[in-house]
Design a protein around this ligand. Structure first.
Ligand SMILES: [Zn+2]
Length: 626
């Protein structure tokens, strides 16, 4: 169909809208007004969370470009009231402004409740309004051809189709940022870190230097570095080099000076590592924030570039949705502006800025087209690698330390109550078993007040969980959100931190799945590689890229292939309350899917890791192809 035909149809659409609104046929209007549909859908999709936000103002702006704007504005109350009832009772209007494509000669893993396989799938696309693109049907090619005789046939030549992967816990924006700074991932020595910094600075210059990705566990001397050499290389600009987990940073003398960190500086929930009574430049958890506060903010152009690069990377590995686990509100607003295709579920950090934005948002909601607000992110403790995880018993390799409490119990109480009152899921970072215990204790204690308002709250990482707490996931409906590649990265030193007995309660994904009935899988990128196939192989085989260890690390906690795939698709969607729209290939869902060259369900470890994405589709639109 040519554009002029589409334009003609759109004008006919507008005229019909006018007639319908005059006659009070709200449901017909609703079906022809995709922006309204999306608004309603959004409030369903985000349940209590979105309840607080009025229908988006931009929706009204869009409508007001139509000549019938005043009329439509008048009918808006009626629309909202009647929509849910009438939306599904009237037949669809003509699909002449749409195209139907049948993907066939494929093995389609629908990941529906029965894990059904099909060989064909029909998708409808609306060139003028891609928000309406959806899956029409799945089934056998002959039946679909009879049902949609005018459909375009797309032969995928025996390849494999899966629902688009969803990373249930990642740092989407952080990935984009890490692509703009010195990449220190995989450095084998501290000297290599310095070398990469020097090289980066020589080409990029700037009035500060940021880097991320070093891990002292990969170096010959598995100790934290000190900043002497860094000070010699960069005496005049502040340098901040974050550890791979983001919970520690090596900073130079200049950065310490600007942040006002001295010998005796104390910081709650953080640590300033000293040697001979002097700061070495290594900062842990809240101490890192002291320096981050004085580093200049990114410009809009840098942010745009970061978002674009992160999106490009994600879709190239088959991700159609990413759950960003912790962002400031002003960053969320900006990301919303620059996103193109990928669905991003953003967890705002619980800060005063967020509370202020929340109040302001009631009247001025942000564009939720591609960006959705998820629950609020809170850190209860730090990471295991930097001994910041809060443990019930002391660290096995440091009997004096229990880890770090990043927020006081009183502060947490307030946050829990606020989230329950305003209907935001509370997604808490809990690595140590004591952090998880605190999370459940707060829920138990506040239960009489919270009542039914705990809906799809999550524990992020759930890395070490005391067996006595496992049953509480189901009891309170808490979703464990875990990252299988953490298990295969940390297995080299986790036992040192936790000891022989306690390590058995760590990275226990099968136990968590049994306990909660659901498990959401992610990567925590850029802490780990973005590739979701590594999540899949780590979850199923519990081996790293070197196929170590041969029989899998604590293999009793491996997931089956089906469970892993569910964790990366439908359960991940469920964890952000989006399971009605994405996460599986079923009629009426968004057509978010990927075509792979490999049958993951019947492939070996190696074949899975080397599987290639042939195409990534978001809302039916091809956004990446090999
Ligand atoms: Zn994270």
């Amino acid at each position: 169909m040519e554009i002029r035909h589409l334009v003609f149809l759109q004008s006919m659409n507008n005229i019909l809208l006018y007639i319908c609104s005059s006659l009070g046929l709200y449901a017909v209007i609703a079906r022809r007004l995709p922006t309204w549909q999306i608004s309603i859908r959004r409030s369903q999709s985000h349940g209590v969370c979105a309840r607080k936000f009025k229908l988006a103002e931009h929706t009204l702006e869009e409508i007001s470009t139509s000549p019938f704007a005043p009329l439509l504005a008048m009918t808006r109350k009626g629309l909202v009231f009647l929509l849910p009832l009438l939306l599904y009772t009237l037949p669809s209007y003509s699909q002449s402004d749409s195209t139907i494509t049948i993907y066939h000669n494929a093995t389609i893993y629908s990941v529906d409740s029965l894990f059904t396989k099909y060989d064909a799938m029909a998708i409808v696309e609306y060139p003028l309004n891609e928000k309406k693109n959806k899956i029409l049907a799945t089934g056998q090619i002959e039946k679909l051809k009879t049902k949609y005789p005018n459909a375009i046939l797309n032969n995928v030549k025996g390849k494999y189709i899966y629902p688009g992967f969803i990373d249930a816990h990642c740092h989407f924006f952080g990935l984009g940022v890490s692509m703009q700074i010195v990449d220190l991932v995989g450095t084998k020595t501290y000297e290599e870190v310095l070398e990469r910094c020097k090289k980066y600075y020589n080409t990029n210059k700037g009035n500060y230097l940021m880097g991320r990705g070093w891990d002292q566990n990969d170096w010959p001397k598995k100790e934290y570095p000190t900043n002497e050499q860094l000070n010699l290389l960069f005496p005049d600009i502040p340098v901040v080099l974050k550890r791979i987990d983001g919970h520690a940073a090596l900073v130079n003398k200049k950065a310490l000076a600007i942040a006002g960190i001295k010998k005796g500086t104390k910081i709650k929930g953080g640590e300033i590592i000293l040697k001979d009574g002097k700061p070495t430049g290594v900062l842990i958890d809240n101490a890192v924030d002291l320096v981050m506060k004085v580093i200049p903010k990114m410009s809009d152009i840098q942010i745009k570039l970061a978002v674009e690069q992160a999106e490009k990377k994600c879709i190239s590995v088959g991700l159609t949705s990413a759950v960003d686990a912790g962002l400031e509100m002003d960053t969320i607003y900006k990301i919303a502006k620059f996103l193109r295709d990928i669905n991003v579920y953003a967890m705002p950090m619980f800060t005063t800025d967020f509370i202020e934005s929340h109040d302001a948002n009631i009247d001025h909601p942000i564009d939720y087209d591609k960006l959705h607000l998820d629950g609020v992110k809170v850190y209860i403790d730090g990471a295991l690698g930097s001994r910041g995880a809060l443990l019930l018993k002391p660290y096995s390799d440091n009997p004096k330390s229990y880890g770090l409490e990043l927020k006081s119990y009183k502060e947490l109480q307030k946050i829990f109550l606020w989230c329950a009152e305003y209907g935001y899921p509370l997604n808490a970072h809990c690595i140590g078993d004591s952090a998880t215990r605190i999370y459940f204790k707060l829920i138990e204690e506040l239960k009489p007040i919270l009542k039914k308002n705990i809906y799809k709250w999550r524990i992020e990482h759930a890395q070490v969980v005391d067996t006595n707490d496992l049953h509480k996931f189901k009891k309170y409906g808490i979703i464990p959100s875990v990252q299988p590649t953490h298990a295969t990265s940390d297995m080299y030193w986790a036992e040192e931190r936790l000891g022989k007995q306690r390590v058995k309660t760590a990275y226990a994904y099968k136990d968590l799945l049994k306990a909660a009935g659901v498990i959401a899988l992610g990567t925590d990128f850029p802490v780990e590689d973005v590739n979701p196939l590594y999540t899949f192989t780590s979850a199923v085989w519990r081996m790293d890229s070197n196929e170590f260890p041969k029989n899998g690390f604590q293999i009793e906690n491996a997931l089956t292939k089906e469970e892993a795939l569910r964790g990366m698709t439908i359960w991940a969607a469920y964890s952000v309350n989006a399971e009605r729209y994405t996460g599986s290939l079923e009629p009426n869902k968004q057509a978010d899917f990927i075509i792979f060259d490999t049958d993951l369900m019947n492939a070996t470890f190696k074949q899975c890791r080397n599987a290639k994405v042939i195409g990534t589709y978001i809302r039916g639109k091809r956004v990446y192809s090999r």
